[in-house]
Write a protein that binds this ligand. Structure first.
Ligand SMILES: C[S@@+](CC[C@H](N)C(=O)[O-])C[C@H]1O[C@@H](n2cnc3c(N)ncnc32)[C@H](O)[C@@H]1O
Length: 273
């Protein structure tokens, strides 16, 4: 959901380490958080659970199932809107995010709504929780596409989930990688290889410092990652563009959404031995 490109950065495609990805993305989300919440906060809802720019909610899709009485962790929780929704449904929702400023917005919404989401600053590749702590872990466009060491991130989710626990996450649909991130006509012509995993990198022109990174995995990569960490994949939801939805969010628009999927939601659970 990259709609934050300032004028003074240049775009590159090159390898970036986990440390460099984190060093770029934490401060980037700190800088961007106020604008992000001002632009998208109403659409997300202070205690709402939206799975992606198409606007499909957890209430509609039932990806997590009944969360009442469950321990639920959101990785890349931002201002905690989804976890707050979980709390309103009787789940014990907790948040984790890399960005201090995003977590300050979460605290603001805790106070404004009276529904508090206990949250911690951390990174998806080192979850600060004991093994088998949660029944459900989810990300709604959260940390996963910002992480380089994705094996570590998925391994961490497997570690903190209880046997049979559910893992669900939405990411930019992998097929979108082939197209320019443009909501108009230009975004409908494939210009780069689906199989090229070289990360998308923004570099600050003035300092040469990497200021934003996104990583790509193909559909097959995700299936292998999940299977390799003991997950059983039960669904891959590809939400269709709703008839009454005209909102543009970065590269997501009606023009593209009626032709190509913009969001992929993977649903898996830890195999019970
Ligand atoms: C697009 S927002 C999604 C948050 C929320 N679901 C929403 O829709 O606003 C992505 C979030 O992932 C966080 N993030 C990025 N890299 C992360 C990492 N390595 N570990 C944890 N969170 C990360 C960002 O700080 C940001 O709050």
């Amino acid at each position: 959901m990259d709609d934050h490109l300032p004028q003074s950065v240049r775009v590159e495609r090159r390898a970036v380490s986990e440390e460099e990805s984190r060093r770029a993305n934490g401060p980037d989300w700190d800088r961007y958080a106020d604008e992000y919440q001002a632009t998208h906060g109403t659409f997300l809802g202070d205690a709402g659970f939206v799975w992606g720019p198409e606007g499909h909610t957890e209430e509609e899709l039932h990806v997590l199932g009944d969360v009442a009485g469950l321990d639920v962790l959101e990785v890349g929780s931002g201002a905690g809107q989804c976890s707050r929704w979980v709390r309103t449904r009787g789940g014990r929702g907790f948040g984790l995010d890399l960005s201090h400023r995003q977590l300050q917005h979460s605290q603001r919404l805790d106070e404004e709504t009276g529904v508090a989401v206990p949250s911690v600053r951390g990174t998806a590749t080192h979850l600060p929780f004991a093994p088998a702590t949660f029944d459900v872990v989810f990300c709604s466009f959260g940390a996963l596409q910002f992480v380089s060491d994705i094996e570590d991130a998925v391994g961490e989710v497997a570690r903190v989930l209880r046997p049979g626990g559910r893992f669900a996450f939405s990411v930019t649909h992998p097929t979108r990688w082939m197209f320019p991130d443009d909501p108009g006509e230009a975004g409908l012509t494939a210009t780069q290889s689906y199989w090229d995993r070289t990360p998308y990198v923004e570099v600050d022109d003035a300092t040469g410092v990497v200021s934003y990174v996104e990583h790509h995995r193909t559909l097959g990569d995700w299936v292998r990652l999940l299977a390799g960490h003991g997950f059983v994949l039960s669904d891959l939801v590809e939400p269709e563009w709703p008839a009454d939805h005209d909102r543009v969010w970065g590269g997501w628009s009606r023009a593209r959404g009626v032709l190509t999927p913009g969001t992929a939601i993977f649903v898996a659970h830890v195999a019970v031995q």
